[in-house]
Design a protein around this ligand. Structure first.
Ligand code: FAD
Ligand code: SF4
Length: 519
């Protein structure tokens, strides 16, 4: 074999540079399902199917295009399987074939990159990493932008990207509509009446390949969390494109407006549910952004919604990837709030069995579909984990386990950095901490909850509110020089000592499990 072209599970794009120089006479594609990726964090069953089924579909498409594919499939019977870590499967291939060179697009996971390097080195086969043309911004370009900056503010990065790629700019190069962001238009709640019939996201009935994968996952990973009965994610490019078209036509026009809103029993609201397809490279971020901008130009979606959406992809998504490669491997070790390394997420983060209505609703969606939307991730589950004192790396590992779209480069900065403030302010200039009143304002959850969001003490005190005050109290020294925290810290003085005693005691009991928060 002249070139063994590795295609990893999140590199399913046919226009990948890995195929540029592919010669079917002398080259082979190599793909592997392996236990290690499925178990190094405890994976949700939908997440597993969400990787393996698109991989198998991609294999079929490559074969139809005339590629010769060496593919390692997992079977349902764990006992019959030979050792199947990524490195061991690759090693077996390298000893069975004479390979002149391994080619692979740069992986999105630092650990996988290092593993590949050491396996190739041990087997004495040259390895070449190819640049990933899927993204707008390369890690080198991001490093250049970041070098010499005191802080890496996303907004500045986003504006630079808008200018560089001429996106939503007028003829003079100024931002379309005269401003760079429309956040003030994008914080609407659903009001008392709730959302009016939200157009549903497309749902793809599992085909024969997906059904086979579901059966395999049920057998082999039966003890893993989450359910797979409702699996309906796109598993190939055609389905991903259908999802994109559907979003642009039906939900983009209200995406920005209700970006931060939540509602009991709803599922995807106006969110795109495209992260899984984009992260697997079934869709390119560029075509997604272009489709949204086209909808604006055609008058099919308003600027606040289109700009809000473009910001997520061209801004946040590219930015977190830049932060990841700029800061790894040290980033993983960051623990700015000095959380106990043993402190894991609470038990109900695996099955959703809690009497907190907001957490229970976000967990229902997560357990059933391996999805929660951004504000549930940040201001319900992430917020609770932070106030609870979860170690940021453990929170990231939990996130990697439970979400279909989680890949190390995107989960780590979001989970450890933005959500848990583990990086001490690199991603977010202040921690995302709030009482239950925030959730009450953005949703109808509190109406159906046994707790009261305004109370911090007593049996019916909202656990978010109790833990919020305790969090501020525990970290007040650390935040005293942070201007953006001044107002929040000032309120500490309004509480008397007996209230503080009650708050601290209740917070301790919540953390120790003496107060169960379960049904
Ligand atoms: P929409 O709300 O429709 O947004 C559109 C797209 O913008 C998304 O599909 C996604 O590609 C992109 N996007 C938006 N925000 C971000 C962001 N902060 N970082 C990167 N991309 C973004 N996103 C992941 O793709 N994988 C993760 O593992 C992940 N972990 C997260 C962990 C936490 C704690 C938080 C707060 C956010 C995380 N995000 C992650 C970002 C974001 O929440 C999801 O991308 C989004 O909820 C996916 O749903 P959607 O496709 O409906 O997104
Ligand atoms: Fe969540 Fe507290 Fe509101 Fe209950 S009262 S839904 S726990 S924020």
């Amino acid at each position: 074999i002249r070139h063994l072209v590795l295609v990893l599970g999140d590199q399913l794009n046919h226009d990948s540079e890995a195929f540029d120089d592919f010669d079917p006479e002398t080259d082979r594609v190599w793909m592997a399902e392996n236990d290690e990726e499925a178990t190094h964090v405890w994976c949700h069953q939908t997440r597993l199917v969400g990787f393996f089924s698109p991989m198998r579909h991609f294999r079929e498409e490559l074969i139809q295009r005339g590629f010769d594919v060496l593919y390692h499939e997992l079977t349902g019977d764990r006992r019959k399987a030979r050792e199947s870590s990524f490195a061991s499967v690759l090693r077996r291939t390298l000893s069975a074939h004479s390979v002149e060179k391994i080619l692979v697009v740069a992986p999105g996971d630092y650990r996988v990159r290092e593993q590949l390097k050491s396996t190739a080195e041990q087997e004495d086969v040259p390895l070449e990493f190819l640049a990933d043309n899927h993204f707008y911004c390369s890690p080198d370009q991001f490093d250049e932008w970041a070098s010499g900056r005191k802080s890496m503010v996303m907004e500045q990065f986003y504006r630079a990207m808008r200018k560089e790629h001429s996106i939503l700019l007028d003829e003079e190069g100024a931002p379309e509509g005269g401003q760079w962001n429309f956040d003030q238009d994008n914080r609407k709640t659903f009001g008392k009446g709730g959302p009016k019939e939200v157009p549903p996201t497309p749902s793809f009935e599992p085909d024969a390949i997906t059904r086979e994968v579901i059966a395999m996952v049920r057998d082999r990973f039966e003890d893993h969390p989450g359910k797979v009965d409702r699996f309906d994610l796109p598993v190939c490019r055609d389905q991903a494109l259908e999802s994109l078209d559907d979003f642009i036509e039906h939900r983009l026009p209200l995406f920005g407006t209700y970006q931060d809103a939540m509602w009991e029993g709803e599922t995807f609201l106006y969110h795109s549910r495209l992260s899984h397809s984009i992260n697997l490279h079934l869709l390119s971020p560029k075509e997604v952004v272009d489709a949204a901008v086209k909808a604006y130009k055609n008058g099919d979606a308003p600027l606040n919604c289109v700009e809000g959406f473009v910001r997520q992809i061209l801004g946040w998504r590219e930015y977190v990837r830049g932060v990841y490669w700029n800061r790894m491997p040290d980033y993983e070790e960051r623990n700015a709030l000095h959380c106990d390394s043993e402190q894991d997420v609470p038990p109900f983060f695996w099955d959703g069995n809690t009497d907190m209505a907001c957490v229970s609703d976000a967990m229902r969606l997560l357990v059933d579909t391996a999805y929660a939307h951004h504000i549930q991730r940040l201001m319900v589950l992430g917020l609770f984990a932070q106030l609870f004192g979860t170690h940021p790396l453990r929170f990231h590992h939990w996130h990697m386990a439970m979400y279909a779209d989680a890949i190390d480069w995107v989960s780590l900065p979001n989970a450890l950095g933005m959500s848990q403030y583990g990086d001490g302010g690199l991603m977010a200039t202040k921690p995302y901490c709030a009482t239950g009143k925030y959730i009450n304002r953005m949703s109808n959850h509190c109406k159906n909850c046994r707790y009261d969001p305004a109370k911090s003490t007593g049996d019916d005190a909202c656990p978010f509110t109790t833990l919020y005050w305790d969090f501020l109290d525990r970290h007040k020294q650390q935040f005293q020089n942070n201007n953006r925290m001044t107002l929040q810290l000032k309120n500490i003085e309004r509480k008397d000592s007996s209230e503080w005693t009650a708050i601290r005691s209740r917070a301790r009991k919540i953390r120790s499990g003496a107060i169960k928060l379960q049904q």
